[in-house]
Design a protein around this ligand. Structure first.
Ligand SMILES: Cc1cc2nc3c(=O)[nH]c(=O)nc-3n(C[C@H](O)[C@H](O)[C@H](O)COP(=O)(O)O)c2cc1C
Length: 172
């Protein structure tokens, strides 16, 4: 495995931060030197041998700051092993797993900039009380009322650890 791996993430309500921390912990347990950082804190990738980047999904897309990170660092990222992940609620829908191919398309704008060696697609968490705007809270309360999804934490720590473990040989 590479010596030093950056795990960087964009999160609004905290669930993606937890996923990034878990990925970093697994990589470290498997022998890598790992730093986990919010994307806004990262200005220079030269110290890292490989990068794992992920974002919460809003409106079927990575957060704007995550796409900005990709545009800013695309040239450097093409020179290093790079893996991408996303965290979303689609998998928490009824039979959510059947939407996996659809969820994979959320990463197409990322592919267009840098081709990842691997992609992790994970369920996240929905806590409507934490959503910033009244209109979005209302929208989500209605979607819960209509049975689209339920509030709760759907992060699958085993799946997250399994993916992080699989990255070992790919990031070297
Ligand atoms: C305003 C808003 C828009 C969202 N849009 C989507 C979406 O298009 N597809 C989806 O699967 N999940 C969507 N989600 C669910 C989030 O991706 C999920 O709650 C994720 O865990 C949030 O990550 P964070 O806690 O790191 O911000 C949305 C959540 C919010 C609050």
């Amino acid at each position: 495995m590479s010596n030093k791996i950056l795990v960087t993430y964009a999160s609004r309500l905290g669930s993606t931060s937890g996923v990034a921390e878990a990925i970093g912990k697994t990589l470290a347990e498997n022998g890598a030197e790992v730093e986990v950082r919010r994307m806004e804190e990262v200005t220079d990738l030269s110290a890292y041998d490989a990068v794992v980047a992920g974002s919460a999904i809003r409106g079927k897309q990575w957060l704007p700051e995550a796409m900005q990170f990709m545009r800013t660092h695309q040239a450097v990222l093409r020179q290093k092993p790079f893996a991408a992940f996303l965290v979303c609620m689609t998998f928490a829908m009824k039979n959510g797993e059947k939407y996996r191919p659809h969820v994979a398309t959320f990463l197409e704008p990322v592919h267009a900039l840098v081709r990842p060696v691997s992609e992790g697609l994970f369920a996240g968490a929905l806590n409507i009380g934490k959503i910033e705007s009244f209109s979005k809270r209302l929208q989500f309360r209605l979607s819960v009322l209509f049975g689209v999804w339920k509030e709760g934490d759907y992060r699958d720590w085993n799946a997250i650890r399994e993916w992080a473990t699989s990255l070992g040989p790919l990031l070297s």
